[in-house]
Design a protein around this ligand. Structure first.
Ligand code: FDA
Length: 506
């Protein structure tokens, strides 16, 4: 204990020589706890995070602070966890490790949130600490004809989202966020600043675009390919109850949605025995109503159900619904302060073969046990199926109909009070979803599917394989482990689900 204490004071001395003291917060500071919880969305994670807080939170304002925090950490044996938007579903960007509870520091990138748009080239350099709301706002206000394919919630961080892929309602047209990364800058495990993809090399540049956050280094900024968006887009959100034919509609949606024109994405939220069909169409309402009439008449879509708005307004509307009416977009998209919300647990699956009507009926009638259970179905197809599974670490491309996200919300009683909707339903779904291995999306992080063990000072390949093949598929996972060995053989950046370094004996 004495030696680790002295290591920590050496670590702090090292930091203080390099980084202005106001950028390093320790638990004794009154601002520490508010900062620690500032981007935690999930009440389930607050108590464990505050009970075993990091030694400090470093809030860099430039690249050299990130390099210094890594170099000091390496020298004085303090690990770092990096946080961009803090939305990791298991809190891996700020939680104490399980079971080792090693001392660690958090590098919180929230202050690195610059967005530099080059409208003529249709590109932008975006810092990792930028939120999606900030990204959308800055891009669309610089050039209303440009957008970027990414997620729905405006407070999700660019750093974590792109590191794990990044799904959203334009992915059928333009692919994942990670598919639209042209270049990046990062700090590696030795504290070096790698200023472009050339300095990274092809392997590392491949790995950071979907291989999961917290593995290969700290990405500081991303050069993004921006995509054209029309002056107005069409949006609808149509809900069907069981009595109105929700079960038939979802059964049919499974094969229709992945085959719609790429400009049109219709996702489904199943909750409380109802299905809401939410759609973004990169065009006008009359065209989407006509398409839905011919392809999916069961939905009964009419012009009255459809709204036309700018792509940026749609970003606010998708998340806040009618509550966004008459509110300035700045207030909706740039506001980082948020309420913590309920206890949440997420899991995910991929569906390659449509479920039968009978199966959907059982899912709709699944007892909720007091929880609020939600299934979010995101259609693939389009551009998603034209990208090869090995092009990026994200393997769920051709042949995938849709992603399923299970979300269970509950209140008040702590993690132990979790109702059993999610686990029961997840077990029930096993025969109907992708198998061998059963797929999962790394950005819907789920520690139930496996956690690492450390053997001889590094994460064991065997323990990582259990969860890693499920997120990345066997071939991509293996490639990631070889890259990890090349760039971080001593496994400095590690957490419960970090990619293990694999040394290949030739
Ligand atoms: P956070 O800061 O917690 O980081 C997540 C992981 O990445 C951690 O392991 C962290 O260490 C690492 N990391 C963070 N910054 C890094 C950096 N700069 N360099 C290297 N590693 C870094 N997903 C999706 O695809 N589409 C969606 O629409 C949504 N919507 C959504 C809504 C809500 C409310 C939540 C809570 C989550 C989502 N997600 C999502 C999932 C989301 O993509 C996922 O949680 C991301 O990892 C969040 O990124 P943050 O930067 O916010 O998280």
């Amino acid at each position: 204990a004495t030696s680790s204490k002295s290591n920590h004071s050496d670590y702090f001395r090292c930091l203080s020589r390099k980084i202005p003291s106001q950028l390093v917060l320790t638990p004794s500071s009154p601002s520490f706890k508010p900062l620690l919880v500032s981007s935690i969305r999930n009440a389930r994670l607050v108590a464990p995070a505050t009970a075993s807080p990091p030694l400090c939170i470093v809030t860099p304002t430039n690249a050299s602070h990130v390099q210094d925090a890594v170099c000091c950490g390496r020298r004085h044996r303090v690990r770092v966890r990096v946080r961009s938007g803090g939305h990791d579903n298991e809190g891996l960007s700020y939680m104490p490790g399980r079971p080792s509870r090693e001392k660690f520091a958090v590098i919180d990138l929230a202050k690195l949130n610059g967005v530099r748009v080059d409208a003529r080239a249709a590109t932008a350099w975006v810092d990792s600490g930028t939120t999606l709301g900030e990204l959308y706002y800055r891009v669309a206000t610089a050039e209303p004809g440009l957008g970027f394919p990414a997620g729905v919630c405006p407070t999700v961080g660019v750093g974590g989202l792109i590191s794990g892929g990044g799904m959203g309602l334009m992915m059928r047209k333009h692919g994942l966020s990670a598919d639209n990364v042209l270049d990046a800058t990062m700090v590696d495990a030795d504290g070096n600043l790698l200023e472009d993809k050339k300095a990274m090399g092809d392997d590392l540049f491949w790995a950071i675009r979907g291989g999961g956050g917290g593995n290969f280094g700290i990405v500081l900024s991303w050069k993004l390919r921006l995509v054209p968006v029309p002056p107005t887009v069409a949006f609808f959100d149509v809900t069907k109850t069981i009595d109105q034919g929700a079960v038939d509609a979802v059964t049919k949606w499974q094969t229709i949605a992945p085959a719609l024109p790429d400009d049109l994405s219709v996702r489904v939220v199943v909750q409380k025995r109802q299905a809401s069909f939410q759609s973004l169409h990169l065009g006008n309402c009359s065209a989407v109503v006509a398409t839905m009439h011919s392809r999916f008449p069961e939905l009964g879509l009419t012009l009255d159900d459809c709204l036309e708005m700018s792509w940026l307004q749609n970003k606010a509307y998708l998340y806040f619904g009618n509550a966004s009416n008459n509110k300035p977009l700045e207030e909706l998209l740039l506001n980082r302060s948020m309420t913590i919300g309920p206890f949440v647990k997420n899991k995910s699956d991929y569906v390659k073969k449509a479920l039968t009507r009978d199966t959907w009926e059982k899912i709709f009638l699944w007892p909720d046990g007091g929880a609020v259970g939600q299934l979010i179905l995101e259609p693939h197809g389009g551009m998603m199926s034209r990208i090869a599974a090995a092009d990026t670490p994200f393997p769920y491309r051709s042949g995938v109909l849709y992603n399923v996200q299970y979300v269970e919300f509950w209140n008040g009683t702590g993690a132990a009070g979790m109702p059993n909707w999610l686990h029961g339903l997840y077990d029930f779904m096993a025969p109907y979803v992708s198998k061998k291995p059963r797929g999962a999306y790394v950005n819907y992080r789920d520690l139930d599917i496996g956690v690492n063990t450390v053997v001889g000072g590094v994460t064991s390949y065997e323990s990582g394989k259990v969860w890693g093949e499920r997120y990345f598929g066997p071939a991509n996972f293996k490639r990631l482990t070889k890259i990890k060995h090349k760039v971080d053989a001593s496994d400095y950046f590690r957490n419960e689900q970090s990619v293990p370094p694999l040394l290949l004996i030739r």
